[in-house]
Design a protein around this ligand. Structure first.
Ligand SMILES: *[C@@H]1O[C@H](CO)[C@@H](O)[C@H](O)[C@H]1NC(C)=O
Ligand SMILES: *[C@@H]1O[C@H](CO)[C@@H](O)[C@H](O)[C@H]1NC(C)=O
Ligand SMILES: [Fe+2]
Length: 436
């Protein structure tokens, strides 16, 4: 019966799935032969019987010096985290909350959510979830209080063999914080794939904060049957929105080591009368460039894109029309997007043209999901597009100090990470020609 239901759910999901076109042997003249998609790995926990041990552990930043710890169990356990700075010695303890959700016939496990801190910067903490003696010990490192800081960035991750390859490269990068511009699990209505994604990312996401925003694959709304959008995403990937004055988990901001990061929501209202628009306006006004000389923005559907995939979409064009001016006026340094399964870097742009005081737009939707690559480009290449390539990979943004940052794109050359595009950039706050 259970198996049958799962099959029905899968069939249903397939009906609603949107497949992007992965064309191989594209138009760009690169010697590297791009690989075909890989299947989803579909991980299951090692022990199939209901268990109280924590699974799918992931952490995220909360405010200046706190961390949210999230994990799932099959059976009810206390929402308690014990932690400290030496292995096995837990001088501190914090309590949080437990929730769960229904989706069609699927009933989630117990989703635990505990905020711990205050924590010291640049420090390794050891922690255990679920109260005394339960489960294994995990550890994480808090980000530094000051520059330098390194972000790993990858969108449209999914859970294929290529995702695993990308994660392996990110794990070796010695990053401080991961930024994900939408499309996490590619569960596409099949909720057990959210659990599988949680298992796949746990080794990384339990060790460094993962800060995410939503993509189209997170919506999971089904007409009549399941009208509420973002059910699994909001339940499983709670981000620190209240701390930045946002009323929604779908958009928020945070400061880390001199960088103000703004996570926007491409799949919720963004027009001038929307809550998101008003929130963004207020958030940009609050930024103190003395304290955070850099501003980084993440969206899902790219505002600049010379790939043939995802052209003319409302979430890209209307959101750009509504919000680009505000970001330009605030002298945002970078806008990272996903959605297009490829890598593309633009020069500084505003309103469709090169502009020295505009943000650098980068599409980094190449995390490795099962849909494969978007390898067809508009020819000729627009002058504002400086580098484009349909390969899987990830990006690293190392913000060295208040004025200098290095961006590097690492391509998955089969299973090896190869630095394939790299550039130094200076902050707009340090550019006197861009003073307001
Ligand atoms: C993921 O990659 C690691 C490192 O190469 C490998 O050991 C592991 O077996 C892979 N996992 C899966 C599920 O394929
Ligand atoms: C910032 O970093 C760049 C690149 O390493 C360096 O050239 C510059 O001198 C640094 N600025 C300061 C104020 O340290
Ligand atoms: Fe997408």
């Amino acid at each position: 019966m259970a198996v049958q239901f799962q099959l029905v759910c899968c069939a249903l999901a397939a009906c609603f799935m949107v497949f992007s076109v992965g064309l191989f042997g594209g138009t760009d003249a690169h010697s590297y032969v791009r690989p075909p998609p890989r299947e989803d790995l579909f991980l299951r926990k090692s022990d199939d019987s209901p268990s109280s041990s924590p699974q799918q552990v992931h952490i995220s930043l909360v405010g200046q010096d706190k961390m949210r710890i999230s994990w799932i169990t099959d059976t009810p356990t206390p929402a308690t985290v014990k932690y400290g700075t030496s292995p096995g010695v837990y001088g501190y303890s914090a309590d949080g909350s437990v929730s769960s959700y229904h989706y069609l016939a699927y009933q989630s496990g117990e989703i635990h959510d505990v905020v711990i801190g205050p924590l010291k910067p640049n420090t390794i903490y050891y922690y255990r979830c679920g109260g005394p003696d339960s489960g294994q010990e995990f550890s994480f490192k808090t980000p530094p209080a000051q520059f330098p800081i390194k972000f790993a960035i990858a969108g449209d991750l999914g859970q294929s063999g290529w995702t695993n390859s990308t994660l392996e490269h990110i794990a070796k990068s010695n990053y401080d914080v991961l930024l994900l511009p939408g499309d996490l699990s590619y569960a596409d209505f099949v909720q057990v794939l959210w659990d599988s994604f949680g298992l796949l990312v746990e080794p990384l996401a339990s060790q460094r904060p993962w800060m995410v925003t939503q993509g189209n694959h997170e919506v999971e709304k089904i007409p009549v049957i399941h009208k509420k959008p973002f059910t699994a995403y909001n339940a499983r990937w709670r981000m620190p929105f209240e701390e930045s004055g946002s009323g929604s988990n779908l958009y928020y901001s945070f400061d880390v080591a001199g960088v103000h990061v703004i996570m926007l929501g491409s799949y919720t209202d963004f027009d001038q009368n929307s809550d998101q628009y008003k929130w963004l306006e207020a958030d940009l006004k609050k930024i103190d460039r003395g304290r955070t000389p850099w501003i980084v923005v993440l969206i899902h559907a790219p505002w600049y894109n010379s790939n043939t995939a995802h052209q003319g979409e409302h979430e890209a064009d209307a959101m750009k029309a509504a919000m680009e001016g505000m970001l330009y006026q605030a002298r945002v340094d970078f806008v990272f997007a996903g959605h297009v399964h490829a890598y593309e870097r633009f020069t500084r742009v505003f309103n469709g043209a090169a502009d020295n005081c505009g943000p650098v737009h980068i599409t980094i939707g190449d995390g490795g999901n099962r849909e494969g690559l978007a390898s067809k480009y508009i020819d000729p290449k627009p002058e504002i597009s400086l580098f484009r390539e349909a390969s899987f990979g990830h990006g690293e943004l190392e913000v060295v100090n208040a004025t200098h940052a290095q961006w590097t794109w690492h391509r998955n050359d089969d299973d090896n990470a190869v630095a394939s595009d790299s550039i130094w950039l200076t902050s707009l706050s340090s550019n006197s020609a861009c003073k307001l």
